[in-house]
Ligand binder design. Structure first.
Ligand SMILES: *Cc1c(COP(=O)(O)O)cnc(C)c1O
Length: 394
């Protein structure tokens, strides 16, 4: 197998190179306050090995460079009560909260870690709303790599603390995620290291494609009819499409599933661009911190995929997200963080429009324990403590 980069805008090919991030030609058209220009995608060429692990076979870095961790695979749940309630007997939830650091981001982090190792680079720099940072820090700890992290000071404390547990160098940014993104790019330019910023580093979308390969494997080598994806920067969305596209390329599936991206109403840049055809800038504000972004970095790639494969983008309110989080917990035993619950809120909003025999996969992208302050909004903490059994009155 051979792997090359191809520019998602102009189609130019490049050899893999750690110094290459976005396409040098298309980058010249980059304007302020818009998604990244010239995002590079990995193209697979040649025959797929007939034996071995599908994910490792389809990834551009040999397995020997991956950190010593259990494989990041996520698990498909078959929630009996919710299947009944939603009247969708072929409903599945993909839980990435059980990944090594508790979020979907591990899929990108392990590939970036492996690529840095292969290239002999021992430090990795990134900006994050929280999960990418705690993920890269944990994966980097396993791989003995130095991690430098830029996080908004408003990130949920658990995510900051998790990164510090892994001994990352942490810069709290007095601003939002978009500011952290710019600062981390400046940092890696000045001080070196591989930059893992989402969509900027081509290995992020490529790593995230393993979600589709895992869904395919766990469904018995079949594609689902529909996948529902929580969306901020739209790198997960791009990764979902990329994985199924590679499966199509090798004839392992026959058609692209229908993909629905779900955004928070208060952070809906991709939704607005999907409606209007162009991106505008509005400040984001949502309880789902992991999908709170002003500029979706992978926005152009995502729009191209959505158009080509007939996808859709919808929004849900913060109230719906908080309700959906508790609903999913109660109905299935799966406690996911607010961003993960956004996809579940999306399904609840649209489940009447879905055919009963469709195989539907909803992504639950991070553990609920990552942000308990928001989860508390959806439940009621007992007001007073009891001292003895008499304090309990029927
Ligand atoms: C990062 C993240 C998302 C959104 O992914 P994007 O690529 O930014 O769209 C969703 N859920 C969780 C838990 C995340 O950490």
């Amino acid at each position: 197998m051979k792997f090359r980069y191809q520019c998602s805008e102009c189609g130019a090919f490049f050899d893999l190179d750690p110094a290459l991030n976005t396409c040098p030609d298309c980058r010249k058209n980059q304007k302020e306050n818009e998604p990244l220009r010239g995002v590079l995608e990995v193209r697979l060429e040649g025959d797929l090995p007939s034996s071995g692990n599908l994910s490792y076979n389809m990834l551009p870095v040999p397995r020997e460079f991956f950190p010593s961790l259990p494989d990041v695979t996520g698990k498909l749940w078959q929630p009996a009560r919710l299947r009944k309630e939603m009247e969708l007997p072929r409903l599945f939830i993909m839980n990435d909260g059980s990944n090594p650091t508790g979020s979907f981001k591990d899929r990108a982090s392990v590939l970036v870690s492996a690529y840095a190792k292969q290239c002999g680079i021992d430090s990795i720099v990134l900006a994050s709303t929280g999960n990418a940072g705690s993920s890269m820090s944990g994966i980097g700890a396993a791989a003995d790599q130095k991690i430098v992290l830029f996080l908004p000071e408003t990130a949920p404390p658990a995510k900051l603390i998790q990164a510090l547990q892994y001994n990352a160098t942490l810069y709290k940014v007095a601003g939002n995620y978009d500011m952290a993104y710019e600062l981390s790019l400046e940092y890696s330019e000045q001080y070196g290291g591989m930059n893992r910023n989402t969509a900027w580093n081509p290995m992020t979308m490529e790593g995230k494609k393993t979600i589709s390969l895992d869904i395919f494997s766990q469904l018995g080598e079949k594609a689902p009819d529909r996948v529902i994806v929580p969306t901020g920067d739209a790198c997960i969305l791009g990764g979902v499409y990329k994985g199924f596209k590679d499966l199509l390329q090798y004839g392992l599936i026959k058609k692209m599933p229908k993909i629905t991206a779900v955004q928070a109403e208060g952070s809906s840049a991709l939704y607005r661009a999907w409606q209007k055809g162009s991106f505008d800038l509005q400040s984001s504000r949502t309880v789902a911190d992991s999908i709170s972004v002003d500029i979706p970095r992978n926005g152009y790639t995502a729009l191209r995929y959505l158009k080509k494969f007939n996808g859709d983008v919808i929004t849900v309110t913060d109230e719906q997200i908080i309700e959906a989080q508790a609903h999913l917990s109660c109905g299935s035993g799966l406690f996911t963080e607010p961003a993960g619950a956004a996809a579940w809120a999306g399904l609840r909003k649209m489940h009447h429009t879905i055919d009963k025999d469709e195989t539907v996969v909803v992504l639950a992208t991070g553990s609920g324990l990552k942000d308990t302050a928001t989860a508390l909004k959806g439940v009621k903490m007992p007001g007073r403590s009891i001292h003895n059994i008499q304090d309990i009155r029927g």
